[in-house]
Design a protein around this ligand. Structure first.
Ligand code: ATP
Length: 667
């Protein structure tokens, strides 16, 4: 609730004759000022009381008796009418039966004399006996407008310096938002600490301010507060994602608010392990100048039965009180595992409700909270989370391409004080196809440690040695990565620019580094697939050729590859589980092997196709024709007309996912 709204509520209650209000706050100074103003506006006198100073101002004349709770209540009775009594830290005295009875006896007189007692302090304990006759109100921490006033006062002090800091209105706005969630006094102290003596503003100021909020999250075991050590420049590649993020950051500006731009909700980053999803979550918080809090989903779900939902609600309301903030849900596929499907047990039912609670909260929240959810797989992800409209965007973060690998290697060398010009990063990037960002960082770190251990400085050779000793995860996880990539193809936006462009860039780079002699005439440059094939990257060339056309028949592929390898021979392809189902024949052994490998690693897929397409090609296969794939064993060699694509067939994919090489004796 906003300060103004709470003051209106208090004013209305005073005017309608409420005798007793319990007001809870840890911000004594600010609220005392607010209540003094309220008293003035309501034309009531304001008297304060503490056990140390007694009533201020005192009733009249000299008062030599030490203050006490009982005496206070007598004095209030004798005080003139139409007064407000701001009584601080009174709760311990309400334990005393005498004081409690005295207060209850006083209540009718307070109403008659138009007096209200405001019992004021950080503890809100209302004795049962007073519950019916009193109202309890939690006084909120300062909202944006309150902090704006406080900030103006701080600015007035700072401007007295010889060379004062000049601030744009956008930066003032960011400085105010950076401390939201703190009390006015805490905010003032934080600003003074961060800004005093400064002549210009930099990122560290925001980071310092944000870290003051650490204490707010310290009361919860479920929220982990992160330091904002990394920024967007520390992320190698992921250009689309970075561009998108910087546009979202704009949406938090006051100008965007004026133009009715809605507050962003968040993003889901799905992708290959170690490719920068967590790094992006951290950099996002820094970009927005919001504190970053990681929600521990496992601990949330590990709570006792019935506690998880309560915990979820209280943690979300804590996050709201810290807003603006970035809320990070890491590895949600693990946290929310088991939600999918309808055979739900009690645990799954709890989980479903939790996911529902979270998504409703996310949809309804009116505060600047940006949710970053990260996931390495989709298998156990609650489908509701992936539905359009929940997050502003779903991004797929893939293994880095050539340019990205170069960039990432450069970032990690620079981070450790090395100049990138000293190394041939193109060569290293070319060798590290299939490495994740984390593995590239590991190469740099390993090489540095080795060089240091040998008493030498870091060299290209050391980096190469480290590369050789690292087996990238993508080798063992190839199938999983391809499946994920496929899943993401139509559902997610790519964090990196279009893969076709990437493939071209990579191809160009390979050509450049391998120096394949190409005719120097002015004819059109080779298409990317041909460049790949020409540079010896035959598998990549075939995949790119199929991707370019979308749907490729075997004769076309054979012809396309003929300048780059031996393509004709006495070998054929057949379905592994049904070896009499022949797909094509008359190819060389190396070409058949390449195609088999690409199909079994799910980079290419076999699709049954219309026989007519083959009839137009003069040289067909003279075998009985199989109309469609079957699980029944085919008794003698038969031909299934098929084509190659980069996406699986919706029905027959499983049947045609493994193919083998066979010898048919030509066709
Ligand atoms: P996981 O799912 O395993 O947590 P992740 O995708 O979240 O993986 P990060 O934890 O962000 O990956 O990556 C680990 C470390 O690898 C980062 O802290 C960073 O140092 C380095 N790294 C990964 N990707 C990149 C990148 N694109 N640019 C720069 N560094 C990167």
């Amino acid at each position: 609730m906003k300060t103004e709204a709470v003051l209106d509520d208090i004013r209305a209650r005073i005017e309608s004759g409420y005798p007793l209000l319990f007001l809870k706050t840890a911000e004594e100074d600010r609220w005392e000022r607010e209540l003094a103003e309220l008293a003035l506006e309501s034309e009531r006198g304001l008297v304060t009381w503490t056990i140390t100073r007694g009533l201020q101002p005192p009733i009249s004349g000299e008062d030599h008796e030490p203050p006490s709770a009982s005496r206070l209540l007598t004095q209030i009775r004798d005080y003139p009418e139409e007064h407000l009594f701001l009584i601080k830290d009174f709760h311990p005295y309400l334990q005393d039966p005498l004081v409690l009875r005295q207060l209850r006896d006083l209540l009718p007189e307070l109403i008659a004399q138009r007096k209200t007692l405001l019992l004021f302090g950080p503890v809100l304990q209302v004795p049962l006996e007073l519950e019916k006759d009193s109202v309890r109100i939690e006084l909120p921490i300062p909202d944006y407008d309150d902090l704006r006033d406080e900030f103006d006062q701080v600015l007035a002090v700072l401007r007295q310096a010889a060379n004062p800091l000049q601030l744009s209105s956008d930066n003032e706005d960011r400085l105010i938002k950076a401390v939201m969630g703190l009390t006015a006094q805490e905010a003032r102290k934080a600003w003074m600490r961060a800004l005093r003596g400064r002549t210009e503003l930099n990122d560290d100021v925001f980071t310092a301010l944000i870290s003051e909020k650490r204490t707010l999250a310290s009361g919860s075991d479920l929220l982990e507060f992160y330091d904002l050590d990394e920024n967007v420049a520390d992320i190698g590649g992921l250009d689309q994602l970075k561009e998108w993020m910087s546009k979202r950051a704009e949406a938090y500006s006051p100008r965007a608010r004026e133009q009715g731009i809605p507050l962003p909700k968040g993003m889901l980053l799905l992708g290959v392990q170690g490719c920068g999803k967590s790094l992006t979550a951290r950099a996002t918080a820094r970009l927005l100048s919001f504190p970053l809090m990681r929600l521990d989903i496992a601990a949330l779900l590990g709570a006792q039965r019935g506690e998880s939902e309560k915990n979820m609600r209280s943690v979300l309301s804590l996050v709201e009180s810290i807003a603006p903030a970035v809320l990070w849900l890491d590895e949600i596929e693990k946290g929310f595992a088991g939600v999918e499907g309808d055979g739900v047990g009690a645990a799954d039912a709890t989980m479903l409700r939790l996911v529902g609670t979270f998504l409703t909260w996310m949809a309804e929240i009116q505060k600047p909270i940006f949710v970053v959810a990260t996931a390495n797989s989709v298998e156990n992800l609650p489908p509701e989370m992936l539905r359009r409209g929940r997050f502003d965007e779903l991004f797929f973060v893939d293994l880095p391409n050539f340019e990205e690998r170069k960039h990432i290697l450069g970032i990690h060398l620079k981070k450790r004080g090395w100049k990138t010009e000293q190394f041939d990063l193109s060569d290293l990037a070319r060798r590290t196809d299939g490495f994740s960002g984390a593995e590239l960082e590991q190469i740099v770190v390993t090489a540095l440690i080795e060089a240091f251990g040998n008493g030498q400085i870091l060299s290209q050779e050391e980096l190469e040695r480290a590369w050789r000793s690292t087996v990238p995860l993508s080798v063992t996880m190839e199938d999983k990565i391809f499946a994920l990539r496929n899943w993401a193809q139509d559902r997610c936006r790519r964090a990196t620019s279009d893969s076709r462009v990437t493939a071209m860039l990579e191809a160009e780079q390979r050509i450049e580094t391998t120096r394949i002699p190409v005719d120097d005439d002015d004819s059109a440059p080779l298409p990317p697939w041909a460049q790949l094939a020409a540079s010896g990257q035959l598998k990549a060339g075939i995949v790119e050729y199929v991707r370019k056309d979308g749907d490729v028949l075997f004769p076309g592929l054979v012809e396309a590859m003929s300048p780059y390898m031996e393509v004709a021979g006495d070998q054929g392809l057949a379905v592994r589980s049904n070896p009499n189902t022949v797909l094509w024949a008359g190819m060389s052994q190396p070409l058949c092997e390449l195609i088999c490998e690409l199909v079994s690693s799910k980079r290419l897929y076999i699709h049954p196709t219309d026989i007519e397409r083959y009839k137009q090609i003069q040289k067909g296969v003279r075998l009985p024709i199989l109309k469609e794939p079957t699980d029944e064993k085919v008794p003698r060699a038969s031909w299934l007309a098929a084509s190659l694509r980069t996406a699986p067939h919706p029905v027959h994919s499983a049947r045609l996912s493994r193919i083998g090489r066979m010898k048919l004796g030509g066709s």
